[in-house]
Ligand binder design. Structure first.
Ligand code: F6R
Length: 239
């Protein structure tokens, strides 16, 4: 696990360079996307790099981590809507090559893993982290061998995410998420964490034991993980 610490702006640029390198080496790369506040500076930087002609997503495929159950892609809080507006419409990706798990058809969620496999597997998976250590929507206690599945969201996660909704009652109670095994199947992974609220969990998942109590701790066992932190998120790390 490599850990990089810099300003939020700098880490967005550094992480964007990983995409530029990957896609320029492998133009039909498969990338894994995340939503939330954390990836927004990175997505802005990717749009900038694409506009400048430094990278083209024309042949890239994208698979997102998760989606709220019950929201279709036109809902302004759905993760499909987020991805279209924060990234896809600002780069030259073919929208037909972008995938987000369905929040409506949730009968056989692990078929998403089959789709990823059929596409060739994820080359670079982006992750944020929840204050309880969740990655995707894999809450504490999720089995490390889980594939894409439906989860009941922790009350705390719903509270944190209610900032995007009118009230907590509107936050869906369930989500469909890539499983921990799905995430670990990616050939390389970038996790970004910024802000003071992430400092405690950042210390725990990097320096603590590998345990299902902290889902992100499994990343210690992946051979190609890069962690990008701002000073605040890194503030409790030993070194
Ligand atoms: C989003 C996702 C979540 C977020 C996490 C952090 O697709 O899978 O695991 O990465 O909840 O969210 P932010 O970035 O809003 O702090």
């Amino acid at each position: 696990m490599k850990v990089y610490i810099a300003s939020e702006k700098e880490i967005a640029k550094m992480a964007a360079q990983r995409y530029v390198q990957l896609i320029n080496t492998k133009p039909n790369a498969i990338i894994g996307g995340a939503t939330g506040s954390t990836p927004i500076p990175l997505y802005k930087e990717l749009a900038k790099q694409c506009k400048a002609g430094n990278v083209s997503f024309k042949n890239v495929k994208s698979f997102n981590l998760d989606e709220y159950v019950g929201l279709d892609g036109t809902h302004n809080q759905s993760y499909r809507y987020f991805m279209n507006n924060q990234l896809f419409k600002h780069i030259d990706i073919d929208i037909n090559n972008t995938f987000v798990p369905s929040g409506i058809d949730t009968k056989n969620p692990s078929k998403y893993d089959d789709m990823i496999k059929a596409a060739g597997g994820v080359d670079l998976q982006l992750l944020g982290i929840g204050v309880d250590g969740h990655i995707g929507f894999n809450e504490p206690g999720t089995k490390f061998d889980s594939l894409t599945h439906v989860v009941k969201l922790e009350q705390n996660t719903r509270e944190v995410n209610s900032r995007f909704f009118k009230s907590i009652d509107e936050v869906p109670t369930h989500a469909v998420t890539m499983g921990i095994k799905t995430v670990m199947n990616a050939r390389s992974i970038i996790l970004i964490a910024t802000g003071k609220s992430k400092a405690k969990i950042v210390k725990e998942f990097i320096e603590g034991p590998v345990t299902t109590k902290c889902p992100a701790s499994i990343l210690q066992l992946h051979p190609f993980v890069e962690i990008y932190l701002d000073e605040e998120a890194a503030s409790l790390l030993k070194k």
